[in-house]
Design a protein around this ligand. Structure first.
Ligand SMILES: [Zn+2]
Length: 391
C-alpha cells in the first residue's frame, strides 16, 4: 500500500477542509483520510502541498500530432507513424496531469482498436466522427448520409466498441469547403443517430459551430455539444431561450477552450473565423455567456489539432473558464468529476473516492485560489503508477 498526503485537497467536487491522505493499493484508491491521519504500518507515504484527481480532457484527437498539418496529413500516415503519434499524445497528456481522455475523432478506428496500455492514460473513444459526404473531417473515414446509413453507422460504432458517438452537425474551421454556419444533417437524421445510439447505450456529442447546428443538436436530444460557438454571420450569439434549454437539459457543453499562450492560429484559420465575424476573444466571452446562462461546461480542449492546441492543455482551459467568470471550484470540477460524468467515466475516475482508479495530480499550491498551479505538476499518478515527469 502507498499513501499520498497533501494539506490542501480538492476531491473533484469540493475542497476537503482537512486535506487528504489517499491510500492506494492495486491501482485503486482504498482509503481517504484527513492529511494528519497516521498511515497504516508499512505504508510508504509521499507528501506534496496540494492534491486533486488527475485531470480529464473530454475532447482530444490522439491521432493528431499538434503540427500545422495535424488533421490534413491523417490519410497519408503510415500505420507505424500513426501509432507513434498516438503514443506520444498519450504521454504528453499524462505528463501534464491529464490521466483520462475522450478521443472525439480518430482515423479509421486507430484509437478505438488500439490495445489499452497499463502505462497510458484512461482512454474512451468515438472512432471516426459521423460526417456528411465531403463534410467536416471527412478524411477520418466517417462519411454518411440518410437515416438508414446513419443508423447502420451508429450500430457499427456500438459493435466495434466505441464509447460515444461523435457527429459533425456543422462545418469546421479546419476543413476547407465546409460551411461553419450550415447544418450538415437534417433534424430527422440527427434524431435517428441519437435514437440509435441511445438504444445501444451510447451517448452522442455533436460538433456544432453555427447557431442553427447548435439549435438542431438540442432539438435532436444530443447529450453533449462540442464548441457550441453559436456563430451567426455577425459573430457568436446565444439566444436566451437556447441558453435556458441547454441548462435545463443538462447538456454537457465543451467550449474547447485552452491554447498555448503566444501562438496565434494560422492565417487561414483566422480568415475562416472572420467569415463569421468571430475571433478567439469573442469565443472566450461567449463561454462566459454560456456559463451565466447556467449551461454545464466541461474543460475539454480539442487537443492535437494544431500548434496552439497541443496535448495536455486542460490547465489552460481551466484558467480560461475562470477568466470567463466561473468560480475556481467549478472550473476544477469541470476538468475532474464533472468531466468524468460527461465522458461516462464517473465509476472509474475523476474524484478522490474509495474504489475509483488512483488517478492523482499533485501541485505546489492551492488550485482553489490560483488555478495556474495546475500548469506545474509536481507528481502525477495514473491508475496507481507514478508517472515519471520530464525535467
Ligand atoms: Zn475536435
Amino acid at each position: 500500500m502507498r499513501g499520498y498526503r497533501a494539506e490542501i485537497a480538492f476531491d473533484g467536487d469540493h475542497a476537503l477542509p482537512d486535506g487528504a491522505l489517499v491510500l492506494v493499493e492495486g491501482g485503486v484508491i482504498v482509503g481517504i483520510e484527513p492529511a494528519g491521519f497516521p498511515p497504516p504500518d508499512g505504508c510508504q507515504v509521499v507528501a506534496h502541498p496540494a492534491m486533486l484527481p488527475g485531470l480529464i480532457d473530454s475532447h482530444v484527437h490522439l491521432c493528431a500530432d499538434s503540427g500545422p498539418a495535424a488533421l490534413e496529413q491523417l490519410p497519408d500516415l503510415s500505420a507505424e507513424h500513426l501509432r507513434d503519434i498516438i503514443a506520444t499524445a498519450e504521454r504528453q497528456n499524462l505528463h501534464a496531469g491529464v490521466t483520462a481522455v475522450r478521443d472525439l475523432g480518430d482515423l479509421d478506428w486507430a484509437v478505438v482498436d488500439r490495445p489499452r496500455r497499463a502505462d497510458g492514460p484512461t482512454v474512451v473513444a468515438a472512432g471516426p466522427p459521423l460526417t456528411s459526404p465531403g463534410g467536416h473531417c471527412w478524411n477520418m473515414g466517417g462519411e454518411g448520409t440518410g437515416v438508414d446509413a446513419l443508423r447502420r453507422a451508429v450500430l457499427d460504432r456500438a459493435e466495434r466498441g466505441a464509447d460515444v458517438v461523435k457527429i459533425m452537425a456543422s462545418g469546421g474551421v479546419l476543413t476547407p469547403g465546409t460551411d461553419l454556419l450550415a447544418c450538415q444533417f437534417s433534424l430527422e437524421e440527427m434524431r435517428a443517430v441519437v435514437e440509435e445510439a441511445h438504444r445501444h447505450g451510447l451517448p452522442v456529442t455533436a460538433h456544432a459551430h453555427g447557431l442553427p447546428a447548435v439549435e438542431r443538436s438540442v432539438e435532436a436530444g444530443v447529450d453533449g455539444i462540442e464548441h457550441c460557438s453559436c456563430f451567426t454571420s455577425s459573430g457568436p450569439h446565444l439566444p436566451p431561450e437556447l441558453g435556458a434549454r441547454l441548462a435545463a437539459a443538462g447538456t454537457y457543453v465543451c467550449p474547447t477552450l485552452g491554447s498555448v499562450p503566444g501562438i496565434e492560429p494560422p492565417p487561414h484559420v483566422l480568415a475562416r473565423l472572420q467569415t463569421v465575424g468571430a475571433d478567439l476573444e469573442q469565443h472566450r466571452a461567449h463561454a462566459g455567456a454560456l456559463y451565466r446562462a447556467g449551461v454545464t461546461l466541461t474543460a475539454g480542449t480539442d487537443a492535437g489539432i494544431g500548434p496552439a492546441k497541443r496535448h495536455g492543455l486542460v490547465p489552460m482551459a481551466v484558467a480560461d473558464l475562470v477568466d470567463a467568470g466561473m468560480p475556481a471550484s467549478q472550473a476544477l470540477a469541470s476538468s475532474t468529476a464533472l468531466a468524468a460524468r460527461a465522458c461516462g467515466l464517473e465509476a472509474r475516475t475523476g474524484r478522490l473516492a474509495v474504489g475509483l482508479d488512483a488517478d492523482l495530480l499533485m501541485v505546489d499550491g492551492d488550485p482553489l485560489t490560483d488555478v495556474s498551479v495546475l500548469q506545474r505538476p509536481r507528481a502525477v499518478v495514473s491508475r496507481g503508477r507514478d508517472v515519471v515527469l520530464a525535467g
